[in-house]
Design a binder for this molecule. Structure first.
Ligand code: GUN
Ligand code: ZN
Length: 435
């Protein structure tokens, strides 16, 4: 058994903060101890209590004065878009057709997929992201590379082979049958192996025929515990085209509902322009709207009403994500920086505790994985991140006048990025130093 005592300022959430002074929503230990045993958190508390309860020979790692939080979680991004990020396009559909689809075609080559997978996990670790939910490409080779690398690194990852059988280049199309068969093969080979979770992944209504949606529906019936991920209501032209392709659906959300894809394990990227009816349907189903702020601004898609959706009588579950390569940063700190600015433009406030809740426990709850990740509670997986709010000269200067945890978190979110991540622990192992 390997045991380590980690010392630092511990911050983790117990539930969603309802206000900036909701101190009961989180646990903060100014001098905390985290006892890690065989990849799990064995105990957590004050350093003094943990030290007293731990044999003297147990190795100790002191991260003071830095903050230790649960590993950050990114609930929507595209593994084959690492060389798409930062492509100059006017809007979603132009961006997909001009840059994204041609680039994803390259993932038919397993060597290319394996190389990008190595870079992908390096980038996750560099940015303090210990769990991510990714779209692979349509090719099974890409999904194999994605999960093989996750297994090697011991990371808890969700991902899926994209299903798409129309409105894209030939090299990026499957068929209803091959989409179904290959997704089944991916589930058989990877789901539950290590910490891997397979998601059923029809890209979006525009790139799947009704026949393929039937196959996605069949998979959802056969594997009701799996996550489902797709895109919903990101862009006005996309919404219009979808209504032409599915004239019998009352709206975009109804397309997915008709195929049994609207449920508590369903993750819908974007959801910017939902009607009240659609928000009600999402709420009733317990489906999750995944907010991708850097992507929404970059592609000019719109301003996601995060606060309005979460305070409805019938609230919509919300997750946050980078959406690389539509998104412009791998950093969940930068992501929440942009989420904050979007709420500002909508006349709403997003306080720093809510932001850090969303990056950690909030996203774990959105994935129904809060019993394993997104927290520092005893018995959960030892995925955590060490953050330094004085990581750059500009941050250090500002830190001179920071007097509260609230202000420190807000500084981390506003000026922080991968440079603020001092270490990323996956299942108790420090991964960043080894990059
Ligand atoms: N809608 C369908 N595919 C994509 C994608 O790859 N990125 C984004 N942002 N939206 C999509
Ligand atoms: Zn996306």
């Amino acid at each position: 058994m390997t045991t380590t005592l980690i010392r630092g300022r511990l911050l983790s959430f117990l539930r969603r903060p309802v206000a900036i002074d909701d101190t009961a929503s989180y646990r903060y230990e100014e001098d905390g101890g985290l006892l890690v045993e065989d990849g799990k958190i064995a105990a957590v508390g004050s350093y003094a209590d943990m030290r007293a309860a731990t044999p003297a020979e147990v190795e100790e790692i002191d991260h003071r004065p830095h903050l230790i939080l649960p590993g950050l979680i990114d609930t929507h991004l595209h593994f084959p878009q690492m060389q798409v990020i930062g492509s100059y396009a006017a809007n979603l559909l132009e961006w997909l057709n001009t840059y994204t689809f041609p680039e994803e075609c390259r993932f038919v080559e397993s060597e290319h997929a394996a190389r990008i997978a190595r870079h992908f996990y390096d980038e996750m670790i560099r940015h303090g992201t210990t769990t991510a939910v990714a779209y692979c490409s349509v090719h099974k080779t890409s999904t194999d590379a994605y999960f093989a690398e996750a297994l090697k690194r011991g990371m808890c990852m969700v991902g899926g082979k994209v299903m798409m059988d129309r409105n894209a280049p030939q090299g990026l199309l499957d068929t209803p049958e091959t989409g179904y068969d290959e997704t089944r093969a991916v589930i058989a080979e990877w789901h539950g192996k290590g910490r891997n979770h397979v998601a059923i992944t029809p890209r979006f209504a525009i790139t799947s025929t009704p026949a393929q949606m039937e196959m996605a529906a069949a998979l959802a019936r056969e594997f009701p515990d799996l996550h489902i991920q797709t895109h919903l209501s990101e862009n006005h032209d996309e919404i219009r085209f979808t209504s032409e392709l599915y004239p019998d659906a009352i709206d975009y959300t109804d397309v997915y509902a008709k195929y049994g894809l609207l449920g508590p394990k369903s993750l819908f990227g974007h959801c910017i322009h939902l009607s009240e009816r659609e928000a009600d349907a999402m709420s009733e189903a317990g489906a999750v709207a995944v907010h991708c702020p850097t992507s929404n601004l970059f592609l000019g898609s719109g301003l996601f009403p995060l606060k309005a959706l979460s305070r409805r009588d019938r609230p919509v579950r919300i997750a946050v994500a980078t959406d690389v390569g539509g998104g412009t940063s791998y950093s969940m700190l930068k992501t929440m920086d942009e989420a904050y600015k979007i709420q500002q433009l909508l006349g709403e406030r997003l306080n720093p505790f809510e932001s850090f809740y969303h990056m950690t426990l909030g996203n774990a709850e959105a994935l129904s994985l809060e019993d394993r990740i997104g927290t520092l509670e005893a018995g959960t997986d030892a995925d955590f991140v060490v953050l330094d709010a004085a990581a750059t000269p500009a941050m250090a200067l500002k830190m001179e006048v920071v007097r509260s945890l609230t202000d420190e978190l807000f500084l981390l979110q506003t000026l922080g990025d991968d440079r603020a991540v001092r270490e990323t622990y996956v299942a108790g192992r420090p991964m960043k130093a080894a990059l």
